[in-house]
Write a protein that binds this ligand. Structure first.
Ligand code: ADP
Ligand code: MG
Length: 562
């Protein structure tokens, strides 16, 4: 997916350094409740003024250039209780951190990101999405990890193998996929094209014996109910397996250096091994394919500003397992691809063992028939597809909604405990043919999210737009309502956070979303891998509805277990 930047801002750009410091910070000493002599310094959000170029921006200078050294002992972060009292989970109180320390940490974090490859292509630089090493900028990140309750983290890990198994079972039920999506097919051309490929594969009577899933389940912790609710499972092109690990490392490194002053322990950041676990899964799939001359093929967009995330994975694959990965666009695969009579997929004469998609999830990925031909060609081959068309369809929002209906999970899973675990994290999901729910959503649109069958961020409908769209669909009375589902809106806790983008640290009220990566690999009856692999936290300003980092809404984050 694309990167989140439109312009690079130099660390000491005049636009930021010329802003008088008083515009940036407003200090208030709060009387200490525990009669400690250490004053707590509060940073308040400054109301924007006409000459205040960019709201709440911290100009980052080299810490060495700072003339005033504030004793670090002023900077303790306290774990503060949420409104519900001591039984509830603490959040990190960033009000306690002083300005000098924030500057130092942000500066160090930017140096760390540059030295360790926590980078994306800078969209303002030509060729940065095509040529590695040209026009790089740090990936947007949160300065400190977000506090997250350990029990919820554990339960999200526990349920990951159950989601993996569910997707696998659903993928094998071709009729369920076709029937559930049959109304959507009539009104959504993109879903219809995917279903056509699926039908062709069904007609061929072809079973995928080796199946590989590299998924990410996304969750939000609902503040009021304290439930960790599932947003969606991404079965195609789950982004940031590479960079998410680096953000955890960055935060650990910052806490090793500043943790004592902040009162935070770097060991509370759980280890994040996604990149190695995904590389391991790709390597094991490659081994199962059993052709030492075959390669892994990463299917990429023609311009990819998030290429370094992908390169991290391919580098791990090469270094740890000596498996070669090649990168091809769908158009290139159409040009260079061929299918041998035995089902072997050759691309540019190279045999392909595993096809790993980092594109192909959005209509814009198929600008012409060439891309659709390439998708079909790969699907018809013996290569292991990550994901297969069936796995892709099993991860659609319509299927998510169908699986949430009473007694549907029982069709795919036998274990009652597993079913309960899944149901516990399902939010309310409804089809638009449920007239009671549509009526309720028109009355209280703020409690719902309306979702089309799309991936990649920026497509959902919120607030008054839900009401307007539902009324429009009612007026028009056609079948377009089948293109959408309705979902209960989740309201995560809002806390002040420091977000770093384009070399600028900015404080804002933000919410976080947990992504849990998981891998599943099976060959016929043998399940080779079924496990959670690591995590991605994404933090976004609370005023933004959408959550994508690549789409420019969120920053990468890690978690501090509480
Ligand atoms: P996409 O496939 O485009 O990523 P998602 O369903 O993941 O679509 O939604 C995009 C973003 O919108 C999420 O990352 C999340 O931030 C927000 N979002 C989605 N569903 C909900 C919900 N039910 N309540 C609150 N926010 C949501
Ligand atoms: Mg999503």
């Amino acid at each position: 997916m694309g990167a989140a930047h439109s312009s690079a801002t130099c660390l000491s750009s005049p636009a930021t350094t010329n802003i008088p410091r008083c515009y940036l910070f407003h200090r208030v000493s709060k009387p200490s409740s525990n009669s400690s002599s250490i004053p707590t310094i509060y940073l308040h959000l400054q109301k924007p003024t006409s000459n205040f170029i960019s709201q709440n921006h911290y100009s980052l200078k080299s810490p060495c250039s700072s003339s005033k050294i504030v004793p670090l002992s002023c900077a303790r972060v306290r774990l503060m209780e949420t409104q519900e009292g001591s039984a509830s989970k603490p959040v990190i109180d960033f009000h306690g951190i002083d300005e000098e320390l924030i500057q130092k940490m942000a500066y160090d974090a930017l140096v760390w990101s540059s030295l360790h490859g926590l980078v994306v292509g800078d969209k303002s630089v030509q060729r940065s999405g095509k040529v590695p090493g040209v026009g790089m900028v740090h990936a947007p990140f949160a300065l400190l990890p977000v506090a997250f309750p350990e029990n919820h983290w554990k339960s999200a890990c526990e349920v990951a193998p159950v989601f993996n198994e569910l997707i696998d079972r659903v993928s094998l039920d071709g009729n369920f996929l076709q029937d559930s999506l049959s109304r959507t097919k009539k009104v959504d051309v993109f879903t219809s094209r995917l279903l056509d490929i699926h039908s062709k594969v069904l007609e061929m009577n072809k079973t995928e014996e080796i199946r590989l899933g590299l998924h990410r389940s996304d969750y939000m912790l609902d503040e009021q109910t304290k439930l960790l609710l599932h947003i969606e499972i991404n079965t195609i092109s789950s982004s940031f397996p590479g960079l998410s690990c680096l953000v955890s490392d960055l935060h650990r490194s910052l806490l090793k250096r500043y943790g004592e002053h902040l009162g935070l322990d770097s060991k509370r950041i759980p280890s994040n091994t996604t990149v190695n676990r995904f590389a391991d899964a790709l390597a094991k799939a490659w081994t199962e394919y059993n052709n030492p001359r075959a390669a892994v093929m990463v299917v990429v967009q023609p311009e990819e500003h998030n290429m370094y995330d992908q390169h991290w994975l391919c580098a791990a694959l090469k270094e740890k397992y000596n498996v070669t990965a090649i990168r091809k666009t769908l158009a290139e695969i159409d040009k260079e691809g061929e299918l041998l009579p035995d089902g072997t997929l050759l691309v540019g004469g190279q045999a392909i063992a595993v096809v790993y998609f980092r594109t192909g999830y959005a209509p814009t990925d198929y600008p012409s028939e060439a891309e659709w031909r390439a998708r079909l060609l790969m699907e018809q081959s013996l290569a292991i597809k990550c994901p297969s068309i069936s796995y892709h369809l099993a991860g659609t929002k319509k299927i998510q909604q169908e699986l949430a209906k009473p007694n549907v999970l029982e069709r795919f899973l036998e274990n009652k405990e597993d079913i309960t675990k899944l149901q516990k994290c399902f939010a309310g999901l409804w089809s638009l043919d449920d007239s009671d729910i549509v009526k309720r959503a028109i009355e209280r649109p703020e409690l719902f999210v309306m979702k089309p069958q799309r991936e990649g961020g920026g497509n959902n409908i919120y607030g008054d737009d839900v009401k307007e769209n539902l009324l429009r669909l009612q007026r028009e009375g056609n079948e377009e309502d089948a293109a959408y589902i309705l979902m209960q809106r989740i309201f995560p806790i809002v806390s002040p956070m420091f977000l770093v983008r384009n070399g600028i640290c900015h404080k804002d009220h933000a919410v976080s979303e947990l992504g849990v990566y998981s891998a599943y690999l099976r060959n016929k009856d043998k399940v080779i891998i079924n496990d959670q692999c690591g995590y991605l936290m994404r933090t976004k300003v609370s005023s933004s509805n959408e959550g994508g980092v690549a789409a420019g809404f969120a920053v990468l984050d890690s978690m501090y277990l509480t």
